[in-house]
Design a protein around this ligand. Structure first.
Ligand code: WTA
Length: 653
């Protein structure tokens, strides 16, 4: 951890929603003394209920906790209608900037009208409350409207990131049992036209998507695409004729708002199931307190709606508060690496939330070329910065603070997960003295702690396992269709089923008690802020049956992407020479892109006649990690069955 402490300015503190350490401590105290009273009060303040709840938390069937269960509400009503009713109808809800720079804005009234038309379109196809709808679309106003439309009719959406392959999409369609897919003809990234609809066709053709009745296609590029009669429909053909009003479906607070697939320690991604009431409460509350969102802010979260960050801090949180937000299509480096800084300048962004991996790659670009350095842009509109998805290294933090935030903007380093729904450990910008590299203190009401393998509290200064001791409103409710896996993954017997296991290691500072996340303790890698299971990549590799006999995947540190994927592969043929090795490595990368998506392509591939194993046949992963890092092997290899292969594994392709 860095030693320098950065204080929020007196001016920031004075105007903040949560102002000063005493205010933070009072909230923590309130939660400690009356946990249900605290969350109940906030749920009444931040959410509009159709029928008020009479009970805050039901722990009778732990760990399947229920929050506000007899209350009814609608997430889309809370994000749209309610703002129009408050007089914000003409306020800009979304400023959309396309890959080529074209800007489209929608007001709250317009977004509500579009959402209602989409909702009516879904209803006209027979889609109803409880049905699942998969959304496979790139960043767009239509993508947000599609999610809101599902919420409006009580259909559970499952957004699949547009970078996933047909195979991954198929797996998710099958697991959700979705009745429809909403997609676009194409997506545009970095000046390139990439397919979406044809990948949906491919996914469905792979089989197992029997519940799918319709594919709704939003027009993005207008390029020629194939449409299957009786199944595929242009969204405009169904939606444009629909009424611009649609009575929301009032659902129980526990109704599943969405499923979002994420990697775990087995080969099969898990469908994280979130609720409506508790989730929306934390989305709105964290947007208010962590991002200090005010009516005149322009908020920009650069995440994709295919990830949880895009769900909570694009589709739900900022809209629930009536904020104005940016949605951008494309990549941070096109047309050049000044895109973020230019967009902040052009749209007068005041709150900016991005991932360390993006910052690190933009630092490199800025250092090589003044024209794309933040100093070449007017970033004076910024007042707050945020970071998410992976640990931010102190050097990147300091650069972000100085060059982007002009040494005046607090940085909120927000630790959370797909499963937690919203921020768990984070500075509050008008409260917390910041230490680069530390996500500081728990959000008020979140009982985060560090324990030993047997669940004993660890003293500050000693690392351990990160847990959450009490259920919180926006927590994961279940793994879709697999309650046993839910219990095993998150409420393991090691802690007597009482604590939520985050899957990360952490340490608290001896003096300040600040948390620093030390990384995953399971077989999950974090590459450019994307979660990837090593087993998932291993399964993809061995599914290349003509080439691969065995494979093991580990992570190694990488300056830009945080972690990089390294694959160790035993081929079904003799060890390749250098040229063959290159060709086979390319073939394997292409195979993984097809099985999972390009984001899962290993950076290094190494070949050996075998993997380093103990005499009992266990792969020595620790040794693989050292090899991946290019470290000299100093560990004891006397138990190694086959030491000669270490030499073979030295070469990375
Ligand atoms: C990691 C993204 C350190 C962590 C919202 C976690 C972080 C995983 C931080 C969840 C942070 C996320 N500092 N590590 N501020 N934020 N992580 O589900 O390992 O895509 O378990 O959710 O990212 O990734 P996920």
């Amino acid at each position: 951890m860095s030693a320098t402490i950065y204080q929020p300015s007196a001016d920031f503190v004075q105007k903040a929603h949560v102002a000063g350490m005493a205010a933070y401590e009072a909230l923590c105290k309130e939660a400690e003394t009356d946990y249900q009273g605290y969350w109940g009060r906030l749920a009444k303040e931040l959410i509009s209920w159709k029928t008020p709840f009479t009970k805050v938390l039901d722990e009778s069937n732990a760990p399947f906790f229920k929050w506000f269960e007899d209350g009814t509400l609608n997430a889309s009503y809370n994000c749209l209608d309610r703002n129009v009713e408050k007089g914000l109808g003409d306020k800009t809800a979304i400023i959309f900037e396309a890959d080529g720079g074209e800007v489209t804005k929608v007001t709250y009234s317009q977004l509500l009208a579009k959402t209602c038309q989409y909702a009516n379109a879904l209803k006209s196809l027979g889609i109803q409350k409880g049905d699942r709808v998969v959304i496979y679309i790139s960043m767009s106003i239509e993508g947000v409207a599609a999610m809101q439309a599902c919420a409006r009719i009580g259909a559970t959406h499952s957004v699949v990131f547009g970078g996933f392959s047909a195979q991954s999409l198929r797996d998710r369609i099958e697991d959700t049992g979705a009745v429809a897919v909403i997609t676009a003809d194409n997506q545009v990234r970095g000046g390139k036209l990439l397919p979406l609809k044809s990948i949906v066709d491919e996914a469905i053709a792979l089989g197992g998507c029997d519940a799918i009745k319709n594919v709704l296609v939003v027009k993005r590029s207008g390029a020629d695409i194939a449409m299957t009669a009786g199944r595929d429909l242009w969204m405009a053909d169904v939606a444009d004729q629909q009424a611009t009003t649609c009575e929301p479906e009032w659902v129980s607070a526990e109704h599943p708002l969405f499923l979002l697939y994420t990697s775990g320690s087995t080969g099969k991604p898990k469908g994280v199931q979130h609720s409506t009431g508790g989730y929306l409460l934390h989305a709105a509350l964290t947007t208010k307190w962590t991002f200090d969102l005010k009516q005149d802010d322009v908020f920009w979260c650069t995440a994709d709606i295919g990830w949880v960050t895009g769900h909570t801090y694009i589709t739900y949180g900022p809209l629930a508060l009536g904020g104005t937000e940016i949605v951008f299509e494309g990549v941070p480096t096109y047309p050049d690496a000044g895109r973020f800084w230019k967009m902040i300048q052009d749209h007068k962004v005041s709150i900016f939330y991005t991932a360390p991996t993006a910052i690190r790659s933009l630092i490199k670009a800025a250092e090589a070329n003044d024209a794309v350095h933040p100093k070449s842009y007017n970033l004076s509109s910024l007042r707050l910065l945020g970071s998410v998805g992976e640990p931010i290294n102190p050097a990147a933090w300091e650069w972000y603070y100085e060059h982007v935030g002009g040494s005046r903007c607090p940085i909120v380093d927000t630790f959370w997960q797909t499963e937690t729904g919203g921020h768990m450990i984070t500075p509050l910008p008008g409260v917390t003295p910041m230490v680069p590299g530390s996500c500081t203190l728990p959000f008020p009401g979140i009982q985060a702690a560090i324990v030993s393998e047997t669940g004993e509290d660890m003293p500050n200064g000693q690392g351990g396992i990160l847990v959450v001791k009490r259920p919180w409103p926006s927590m994961i409710r279940n793994i879709w269709g697999d309650p046993e896996r839910f219990k095993k993954s998150y409420y393991p017997e090691d802690f007597k089923g009482k604590y939520y296991l985050a899957g990360d290691g952490a340490i608290r500072d001896e003096k300040t008690g600040y948390f620093t996340i030390t990384g995953r303790i399971d077989d999950v890698l974090n590459v450019s802020g994307h979660r990837m299971g090593t087993m998932e990549i291993e399964s993809a590799l061995v599914s290349c049956t003509e080439l691969v006999a065995e494979a093991a995947v580990v992570g190694r540190p990488d300056d830009t992407t945080g972690e990089a994927i390294c694959a160790f592969v035993v081929l079904k043929r003799a060890l390749p020479n250098t040229d063959e090795g290159k060709a086979i490595a390319k073939q394997l990368r292409d195979h993984i892109a097809k099985e999972i998506g390009p984001i899962a392509k290993p950076k290094d591939i190494r070949f050996g006649e075998n993997l380093p194993k103990t005499r009992s046949g266990k792969i020595m992963r620790r040794l693989l990690r050292s090899l991946a890092k290019g470290e000299e092997i100093t560990q004891d290899i006397s138990t190694l069955e086959n030491p000669h292969i270490l030499g073979q594994l030295g070469q990375a392709y």
